[in-house]
Design a protein around this ligand. Sequence first.
Ligand code: 4NP
Length: 148
Amino acid sequence: MKILMVCLGNICRSPIAHGVMDDLIKKEGLDWEVDSAGTGGYHIGQHPDLRSIATAKKYGIDISPHKARKFIPADFKRFDQIFVMDNNNYSAVVSLAKDAKERAKVKLFIPENQVQDPYFDDALFEPVFEQITTQCEKLLKHLKKENE
Ligand code: 4NP
């Protein structure tokens, strides 16, 4: 199973989702792959936002080595599941899909909900981290069942 987490900048939300999912996958001993990317190119090559790094570190997860990259159409081939953090990310990624099969790989990370962008509000990093962790746990269970 190859999973891609996507947000706008690939410095706040998706690196957290990437790090948390990777941690859960390793704890479960699964041979799965996770990566993350952004729909925007503003922060390419940068490490995650220091507030995301600090919040993840509090929970024992080191996301500091990640470097932001932009989502590219080749990601549709490389990944089985593409999880986007909000509706804008959804539109941006789906607009690059070349057919229904690629479009079908793109899903909101939290069905019927969005992960709010915490970039302009320091107080959002903790709740966003908790929201992402809860959803990663649910998602892992769901994908494990689907993969049986
Ligand atoms: P992210 O947060 O999409 O969760 O990585 C953002 C980071 C940077 C910007 C927007 C959102 N920005 O506009 O620079």
